[in-house]
Design a protein around this ligand. Structure first.
Ligand code: EPU
Length: 339
């Protein structure tokens, strides 16, 4: 039978380092573990929450249900054709371990996504993205088990309905499945993507003129480490808010008032505004408020300096959100899941 712990502390299981607990906690590493849970009425009646690396969740209270900690393991090549290699990874593997595995085999496509914290299973949920790449560009399929029936189901890329930090698993399918594995389609002849300005600059700095995927990965690791706080040192979940997307007409009006507004073209006659820039303009960058604040090197990152509660963190985020709304008329949406 699956080992189930009671009144279990989640402090080490969320990168904000918030001290909350759950009523029950179970590690799920096989289909059988889920079947056992479903067969046991005591646990099956409980509200369920699937937790991976805990790097995109803000707990504001204790969880009165069962936390299912994704422990599905293994990384391997499932097939190759002339152009692509298909690599399958267990949802409980660390995302960066998968990146390292692909780099080791010279399979291209995930190097720009180096060092993103969290588990493989969470990557499709929020369609992780960084430095000009998104998971959806290399995603092939995933397997997930329906938590009410125990039936496995394969989701294609289309079925995942990926968007900017978004997928079906944040919407209709929220909390309905546990993802067990993810398969990526990687390039056997890697194509280097250095379109994101910071990468080019970093490669220049590294004196690299014809970069390999390993060089791109190293550049990304350097950039990330220089700006983003290490969750092992300062509690955080990366960007707390999404970069808001607005219609081009609204952007033109705003840009007229704020000529140095930072924004990038987005799909469908729209612009994506830099939330970090707006937060910095409002004076929040590096400003500490008790145990919480927005990070000194990246204003989009909400941090726990130690001992903050989820409510304190959420309250701070709400203040930041309010002041950006007042100054720019823009509503920032949380990127991190709040529970
Ligand atoms: N900026 C500021 N002040 C700040 C932060 C940013 O002015 O404090 C402006 C600068 O002009 C900077 C620009 O915003 O050049 C872009 O900043 P950055 O490259 O750090 O990217 P971002 O838009 O703030 C997004 C993702 C990150 C991802 C980076 C790099 C979102 C919500 N965040 O941040 O993802 O690493 O791009 O691609 O889309 C995450 O999702 O947790 C995350 C860290």
């Amino acid at each position: 039978m699956t080992a189930i712990k009671e009144n279990f502390s989640l402090k080490k299981f969320n990168t904000f380092g918030v001290d909350v607990s759950c009523r029950y906690f179970a590690e799920i590493g096989s289909e059988q573990d889920i079947q056992n849970l479903i067969a046991d009425d005591k646990y099956n009646r409980q509200q369920k929450f699937v937790l991976g690396g805990g790097s995109n969740i803000l707990f504001t209270k204790n969880f009165d249900g069962i936390v299912l900690h994704d422990r599905f393991e293994g990384i391997g090549v499932v097939s190759v054709d002339e152009d692509y290699a298909f690599v399958k990874a267990g949802a409980g593997e660390a995302w960066h371990e998968l990146v390292l595995y692909c780099l080791g085999k010279n399979f291209g496509g995930v190097e720009n996504l180096s060092l993103i914290p969290g588990f493989v299973g969470a990557a499709p949920i929020q369609n992780i993205g960084a430095y000009g790449e998104e998971l959806k560009n290399v995603f092939h399929s995933l397997t997930a088990i329906d938590l009410s029936t125990g039936e496995p189901k394969v989701f294609s890329a289309d079925e995942c309905r990926f968007g900017y930090r978004d997928s079906i698993f944040k919407r209709e399918a929220k909390n309905k499945y546990i993802i067990t594995d993810v398969t990526l389609r990687l390039n056997k002849k890697p194509v280097i993507n250095t379109t994101y300005g910071a990468i080019e600059k970093e490669l220049e700095h590294m004196n690299v003129t014809s970069p390999t995927i390993g060089d791109v990965s190293n550049a990304v690791i350097k950039i990330r480490s220089s700006k983003l706080p290490d969750p092992k040192v300062i509690g955080n979940c990366g960007s707390f808010f999404k970069n808001p997307t607005i219609p081009i007409e609204k952007y033109d009006r705003l840009q007229h008032v704020f000529p140095d507004l930072v924004a990038y073209p987005a799909q469908g006659n729209a612009m994506k505004l830099s939330a970090g820039w707006m937060i910095e303009k409002c004076g929040w960058k590096g400003k500490r408020n008790g145990n919480v604040g927005m990070h000194k090197d990246q204003a989009l990152v909400l941090v726990n300096y130690g001992g903050a509660t989820g409510r304190e963190l959420l309250q701070h985020a709400a203040e930041v959100q309010k002041s950006v709304k007042e100054s720019f008329g823009i509503i920032m949406e949380a990127e991190v899941n709040v529970l």
